[in-house]
Every structure is written in structure tokens, then in C-alpha cells.
Design a protein around this ligand. Structure first.
Ligand SMILES: Nc1nc2c(c(=O)[nH]1)N[C@H]1C(S)=C(S)[C@@H](COP(=O)(O)OP(=O)(O)OC[C@H]3O[C@@H](n4cnc5c(N)ncnc54)[C@H](O)[C@@H]3O)O[C@H]1N2
Ligand code: MOO
Length: 392
């Protein structure tokens, strides 16, 4: 058996890097920028007023009277020049006329015809946003998964189209005679095929294009036929049949010509994980137990997906204080479901790999190294955050 880190390294190496395509910026949410982009101009492009008021050139004193010689609004610059003793009526976002160096907000001026009286003296630079204060022409945005703020920034930099990585296509094949889709009537011994639906959500939220293939029964010929239907993908993911039982057919694919890279990982849940290539397509075989399949999705599929999108692949680790004690760990690295309470982590008592209800209540996976001794309340442990749409 290999370690979790070794297995992850193999999977990252198995995944091809996705080619680059160009998409309109309005369609780029959640896509991954493939190359740095450069700002096409300074932002703001000109010194701009941050307030509604009066642009002034040089210092003024309280009680001083100024002549208002014109107006500047957003999109409508004042085209004259200011002198001492004069003011230009200015609105938020308007270019500051030359050589104004401060803005008096209108609340601090008393208007009298086309003159004003100064009620408070602004210091130099007040309420002026300098040209290039946000970013300068040529400043770069590095590759990243594009969120709302990144897209606003890319738009402000002047980009209507963006180079992004193609979304990896992932075929998901659930295997097992006992499986039925949710909503179908269960025969004796039947089980709802829940794992594929969890993986669909996990992978599409992470930027992939996953699709569910029809369920494959426990028959070697039909399993191979089902695999063939999904080979137009960048990655094939199977669920179930990865262990050592007589009906665990995915584990037996090695005998049918699969180029196996590893089988079994020193972890819990997820021990029977396997990976390799089937007819040249990368294949990851997840264990069937629901929590095993989904934890492997977080610990292995997401890093492989990030690698294929050209992003740093390793999961982000958290250091968390325990709010509950935990018993000593066995010989496998244990990924324990836990919930955050006031910044500390409460590790659930029940950790069996069939318990989806416990996974759905969890915020994090606490990582226990092999043979880790018992830990007490207040001890710091490593953890990985579970992706969630419940936290905005
Ligand atoms: N003698 C041994 N038995 C087992 C070992 C072992 O080392 N020696 N490993 C255990 C571990 S750990 C796991 S995990 C399971 C995983 O085995 P498989 O990958 O072969 O999974 P299945 O046997 O096909 O299914 C296990 C369980 O999960 C249910 N299942 C399967 N697919 C789905 C699905 N898409 N959605 C929901 N539930 C699913 C299936 O009905 C079974 O109940 O093996 C242990 N055994
Ligand atoms: O590793 Mo299994 O995934 O413990 O249930």
C-alpha cells in the first residue's frame, strides 16, 4: 500500500493539462485563466474626484470666497484651467481639472450665485483618486480560477475575451448489480446509487464537465463495454468494485489490459482506491462506500482536476484546535469528519464510511497521521476544508 501523498502525486501526473480556449468575459465565471493578462490602461485612467463638491487649485482658508468658473461631471471633463481664487463644480467620477489638487465637498461650501464660501479647508490631495491608483497599464493578473472580483478586475483592465483552460470532461461510471437511481423502486437487496450524484456536484462546482454513464452491472464484459462508452473523456472515474471481493470487477481490470499505476492506499476511508490508464484514458477507481468515494473525490479528484487546469494542485491545509478529544489512530491515515464550532473543530463520534448523514453535517476533514496518539481538547490538528455551497 502507498501513502496518500504518493497516490496524489501519481494522480496529478496522470492528468493531462487542458488546452487553452478563448471565451467572452461574460461567460468566464468559474473558468481558469490560462496565462497572465496585462492591464491595457491605467485605472483610473485620469485623476478623478471621489466626492461631489468643488475642485480647488492650492490651499484655501475658512471664510474665503471663490468664483465657480465651470463644471466637470463623469464623462464630461471641464476643458479650461483653474486659477487661485477659483473653483470648478465637480461630481464624483469626473476628471479633476488642471491644476486642481484638492476637492472641497459640497457640505463644506455655502453657495451664493456663481460664488461659494469655504466652510472647511481641505488638505492637499483630499478626495482625489490619482491616475493609476488602482493599477497601472501593464500590471498583470496571474492565472487563477476566476471569481466575481477577478472578473470585474479583468474587465476594468480592458479585456472583453479571456484565455482559459478547457474544462476537463469526466465520465463517471457507477458499478454494481444492487444499484438503482434515486426515485426508482428498490428491489430486495437494492441500494440507491448516491455517489455519482455527489461527485457530479463536487466536480462541476470545481470547474469540470462531469457526466454520469449508465450504471454497469457486475459482469466483466458489460463493465468493459460500459467503459468504452466513456472513453471520449479526459478522465474516467469508476465507483465501486475496487476492493478484493469476487464481485469487485474494477479491481480485476488489471487482468483485462488496464495499465495499473497503483491499487490500495494507506488511508481511511478510501483504502481500495486504484488508478491507471484504460485504453490510454486516465482512470481512477473509487471505493463504493459512499463516504469513501466522496472523501477520495475531495482528497484526490480535486487536486488532479486543479493540476489539469494548471493550478497549484495540493489541498490547502488548516490548523484547527480540537473541541473534542480523539482516540489514538490505527496504521492508516484517517480523514475524520468534523464540524466547526467557534473556530474549533468538533470531531464526530461516528466515522463509518457508509454514513452520508455525518458527511453532510461536516465542514472539514481532520487528518490523523498513521499511529497518531490520542489527542485532547485544545490540541492543534491539521484539516482540509470540505467544499460547500452553504457558506457564502
Ligand atoms: N475482505 C475485505 N473486504 C473489504 C475490504 C478489504 O480490504 N478486505 N475493504 C473494505 C473497504 S475499506 C471498502 S471502502 C469497501 C469498498 O469496496 P468496493 O470498492 O469494492 O465497493 P462495493 O463493494 O462495490 O460497495 C461497497 C458499498 O458501497 C455501496 N455502493 C457502491 N456503489 C455505490 C454508489 N454508487 N452509491 C451508493 N452506494 C454505493 C455498495 O452497495 C456497498 O454497500 O470494501 C470493503 N471490503
Ligand atoms: O476505506 Mo473503506 O473506504 O474504510 O470504507
Amino acid at each position: 500500500m502507498i501513502s496518500v501523498q504518493e497516490a496524489r502525486d501519481h494522480l496529478i501526473a496522470l492528468m493531462p493539462t487542458m488546452p487553452v480556449e478563448t471565451v467572452p468575459i461574460a461567460k468566464a465565471s468559474g473558468r481558469v485563466l490560462a496565462a497572465p493578462i496585462e492591464a491595457r490602461h491605467d485605472q483610473p485612467p485620469f485623476a478623478a474626484s471621489a466626492m461631489d463638491g468643488y475642485a480647488l487649485a492650492g490651499p484655501v482658508e475658512v471664510g474665503e470666497r471663490l468664483t465657480v468658473i465651470g463644471e466637470a461631471a463623469a464623462g464630461h471633463p471641464f476643458d479650461g484651467r483653474l486659477a487661485q481664487g477659483e473653483a470648478v463644480r465637480i461630481f464624483t467620477g469626473a476628471p479633476v481639472p488642471e491644476p486642481a489638487d484638492r476637492v472641497l465637498i459640497q457640505e463644506d461650501a455655502r453657495g451664493e450665485g456663481n460664488g461659494i464660501e469655504v466652510l472647511d479647508a481641505p488638505r492637499e490631495g483630499l478626495h482625489i483618486r490619482p491616475a493609476g491608483g488602482d493599477f497601472g497599464r501593464g500590471d498583470r493578473m496571474a492565472p487563477r480560477r476566476l471569481g466575481f472580483a477577478d472578473l470585474a478586475l479583468a474587465a476594468a483592465m480592458g479585456h472583453g475575451d479571456l484565455p482559459v483552460r478547457r474544462r476537463p470532461r469526466i465520465s463517471i461510471l457507477m458499478t454494481g448489480d444492487e444499484l438503482r437511481h434515486p426515485g426508482e423502486t428498490l428491489p430486495p437487496g437494492g441500494i440507491v446509487a448516491s455517489n455519482g450524484y455527489g461527485l457530479l456536484a463536487l466536480l462541476s462546482n470545481a470547474g469540470a464537465l462531469p457526466r454520469l454513464l449508465p450504471i454497469a452491472p457486475d459482469d466483466p464484459k458489460l463493465l468493459i463495454a460500459a467503459l468504452e462508452t466513456g472513453l471520449d473523456a479526459d478522465l474516467m472515474v469508476t465507483i465501486g468494485g475496487a476492493s478484493v471481493g469476487a464481485h469487485d470487477l474494477v479491481a480485476g481490470l488489471g487482468r483485462d489490459g488496464m495499465d495499473l499505476v497503483f491499487h490500495k492506499v494507506r488511508m481511511r476511508p478510501g483504502k481500495p482506491l486504484l488508478a491507471g490508464r484504460w485504453r490510454g484514458t486516465p482512470l481512477i477507481g473509487l471505493p463504493g462506500n459512499p463516504v469513501s468515494a466522496l472523501v477520495c473525490g475531495v482528497i484526490f479528484l480535486l487536486p488532479a482536476l486543479r493540476a489539469s487546469l494548471g493550478l497549484p494542485a495540493e489541498p490547502t491545509m488548516l490548523d484547527l484546535r480540537l473541541a473534542t478529544p480523539v482516540r489514538e489512530n490505527g496504521p492508516r491515515e484517517h480523514y475524520m469528519r468534523g464540524r466547526l464550532v467557534s473556530g474549533a473543530v468538533e470531531v464526530f463520534d461516528r466515522q463509518d464510511s457508509s454514513l452520508l448523514s455525518v458527511l453532510a453535517d461536516a465542514d472539514v476533514l481532520v487528518i490523523r497521521p498513521p499511529n497518531d496518539p490520542a489527542r485532547s481538547i485544545g490540541d492543534v490538528v491539521a484539516a482540509i476544508a470540505l467544499p460547500s455551497v452553504n457558506r457564502f
